[in-house]
Design a protein around this ligand. Structure first.
Ligand code: AMP
Length: 193
């Protein structure tokens, strides 16, 4: 299965990814996690991404696209993957389509996590207290939300037109949302058979 998770920062994409990956045995490809690992390891990619991330801005498409293209060519992604946090711009979405065409595969679904803004702020404040992520700082979070509205929400009509969008109500307990997410994935899998 080839899935994309789409949703604002704090929507629970990372948390729910764990359940999907476990049930469907596909690799979790989180561009945010890859960037954070590179920042921590002080690699050239990490050095390039760090400034954008600390300001809550998107890393330029060329950098992200190259990184994802490399990752999708790895053997574990051959039979499926869960993309979390990519694509985030229409340009990235077109690049992803191109990569999939080259690999002669198709996306099965784009799960859109729907959460009201007020709830996101509360979740992010909580995450900052527990995980200590710099980009969960209030001002940086506002910038990340702005980037989401300006650049990423365009992907919702884009994937709806492609017939791939599935809305998931991401409000509720982690367990409640997990059941909805897994239910949607099971339907996608059944439809694909
Ligand atoms: P995330 O953990 O998905 O919220 O990503 C953390 C940060 O990494 C974002 O605020 C961006 O600076 C950067 N990032 C992650 N994925 C992307 C992407 N697809 N395009 C551009 N920047 C990204």
């Amino acid at each position: 299965m080839r899935l994309v998770l789409l949703g604002p920062p704090g929507a629970g994409k990372g948390t729910q990814s764990a359940a999907i990956v476990e049930e469907f045995g596909i690799p979790h490809i989180s561009t945010g996690d890859i960037f954070r690992a590179n920042v921590k390891g002080e690699t050239p990619l990490g050095k390039e991404a760090k400034g954008y991330m600390s300001r809550g801005e998107l890393v330029p498409d060329t950098v992200v696209n190259r990184m994802v293209a490399d990752r999708l060519r790895q053997a574990d992604a051959e039979s499926g993957f869960l993309l979390d946090g990519y694509p985030r711009t229409v340009g990235q979405a077109y690049t992803l389509s191109g990569m999939m065409a080259m690999l002669d595969v198709d996306l099965d679904a784009v799960l859109h996590f729907e959460v009201p803004d007020a709830e996101l702020e509360a979740r992010i404040a909580k995450r900052q207290a527990t995980d200590g992520r710099d980009d969960d700082d209030h001002e940086v979070f506002k910038r990340r939300m702005q980037e989401y509205r300006d650049q990423t929400t365009e992907l919702i009509p884009h994937y709806r037109r492609a017939g791939l969008l599935i809305a998931v109500d991401a409000l509720g307990s982690i367990e409640e949302v997990r059941e909805r997410v897994l239910g949607a994935c099971r339907e996608v899998q059944t439809a694909g058979r």
